[in-house]
Design a protein around this ligand. Structure first.
Ligand code: UD1
Ligand code: MG
Length: 426
């Protein structure tokens, strides 16, 4: 059955104390909402993101980065049930499943969502809620079951009796709805509760009253629904996402010398036998080949494609660049908006000056195969250095250089013999 997703992201995120929408706060170069959209994109053919607080920022992010996704404004924000109802006109004639998620839970895995939807379909469910078991269920909605273990309703913490508060099975905030049967609920939800909100959770009891098949799916790993409400949560989630990634990489044959000081984004691919040395920070989308050595203290900022047998050494920063195999960028360099060929050697202290601070334009540096750049060179882009050309140390290169040429900008070396001794005598 066709799936569309609704992602709830209109809430205020007060505890972030930020001018930025909560769901746009980043983990390793990707906003929280990006994690959710990436994990749902292979399941759903359209994503509807409900926005409210700082809506323009969120819409702008989605427009620039995600196809098949749109935003719908919710003002004022009258609760999670009200948020979903905003999508009803759009989904008027939709007959598939609607998967509902929150924009501030970046750890949810695609595989978990897939299993969840499979379960929903396999039991012919109309409404399925994902649940999790927590030793400390505080603040979550509680899953209330009948004596025969079937689902009865969800009770929010603020509406729960003392007895209900003892229940450790909680609402994970992820739902799968057989839309044509459930859509009617959204015009029937009431707000007579402790928070005077239209609760999405009330669709469970609504479903039961209306004779629908209502189920809960207990998830295995409840860290996946870790939600971000504060900067402390953000740091904690970053750590978890990083640990997951490093483990996957190590299991695929990448050496991570010191996982405690290494950061690698979810969207970075790394080939086997590559070694990542300590204090390396890799954010955004990157592709690194086999048998490379990265770090210590390297910074890859995204859009970086590195082929095989490459060395990116200490205090090297690389951004939006393609580097072909057997090339070395050993120490203290900045490579931005560049294309480096095979067997290129970049001397220590080399900078590609890609940014014109007056025009605010970025330009490209192209270094063909076998180019050798002497230490402390500034390449003022746009520049192309032809195959096999050499650049003398300390040069400032402002023009294209022909293949196999030597280029250098250098004032002649002056040697004044015995100058020091004579100066001392005076
Ligand atoms: C909700 C659930 C609770 C569950 C918990 C899991 C309800 C009533 N409660 O509680 O059972 O255990 O999630 O995390 O649904 N949002 C909107 N518009 C609104 C209100 C909220 O878009 O009008 C968005 C928020 O931005 C957030 C999500 O919905 O992404 C959840 O809202 P939140 O206020 O965090 O609900 P909880 O109290 O955590
Ligand atoms: Mg919440």
């Amino acid at each position: 059955m066709e799936i569309k997703s609704i992602i709830l992201a209109a809430g205020k995120g007060t505890r972030m104390k930020s001018e930025k929408s909560k769901v746009l706060h980043e983990i390793l170069g990707k906003p929280l909402l990006g994690y959710v959209l990436d994990n749902v994109k292979n399941l759903a053919n359209e994503n509807i993101v409900i926005v409210g607080h700082k809506a323009e920022q969120v819409s702008d992010f989605i427009e620039k980065n995600y196809d098949c996704s749109k935003t719908i404004l919710q003002t004022p924000q009258l609760g999670t049930g009200h948020a979903v109802s905003m999508a009803c006109p759009d989904l008027e004639n939709f007959n598939g499943n609607v998967l509902i998620l929150c924009g501030d839970t970046p750890l949810i895995k695609e595989e978990t969502l897939k299993n969840f939807v499979e379960y929903h379909n396999s039991v012919n469910s109309d409404i399925t809620v994902m649940s999790a078991i927590f030793d400390d269920p505080t603040n979550y909605g509680r899953i209330i079951r009948e004596d025969n273990n079937s689902l009865n309703c969800i009770v929010e913490e603020k509406d729960a009796t003392l007895e209900q508060k003892l229940v450790k099975e909680v609402n994970a905030g992820i739902y799968c709805l057989n839309w044509s049967k459930v859509k009617r609920a959204f015009s029937e939800l009431k707000s007579n509760n402790a928070q005077n909100e239209y609760y999405l959770t009330d669709i469970i009891s609504w479903g039961k009253e209306n004779g629908l098949n209502v189920n809960a799916y207990i998830m295995d790993d409840n860290t996946e629904i870790y939600g971000i409400n504060s900067r402390v949560n953000l740091a904690e989630a970053s750590k978890m996402i990083n640990e997951r990634k490093l483990e996957t990489l190590m299991n695929n044959g990448v050496t991570i010398v010191d996982p405690d000081s290494t950061w690698i984004s979810e969207d970075t691919q790394i080939g086997s036998d590559t070694v990542i040395l300590p204090y390396t920070y890799i954010e955004g989308k990157n592709k690194i080949g086999k048998n490379c050595q990265i770090g210590p203290c390297a910074h890859l900022r995204g859009g970086v494609e590195i082929e095989d047998n490459i060395k990116i050494g200490n205090f090297v920063e690389v951004k939006k660049s393609h580097i072909k195999s057997n090339t070395n960028v050993g120490h203290l360099a900045y490579i931005g908006d560049s294309e480096l060929g095979e067997r290129v050697n970049i001397g220590a202290g080399t900078i590609t000056a890609n940014y014109n601070a007056i025009t605010k334009e970025k330009s490209k540096t192209i270094l063909k195969n076998d180019v050798k750049i002497g230490s402390n060179t500034v390449i003022v882009a746009p520049v192309e250095v032809g195959e096999g050309a050499n650049i003398g140390a300390g040069s400032v290169i402002t023009k294209d250089i022909k293949p196999w040429a030597l280029a250098l900008t250098r004032s002649p070396l002056k040697i004044l013999e015995n100058w020091v001794k004579q100066a001392q005598k005076k």
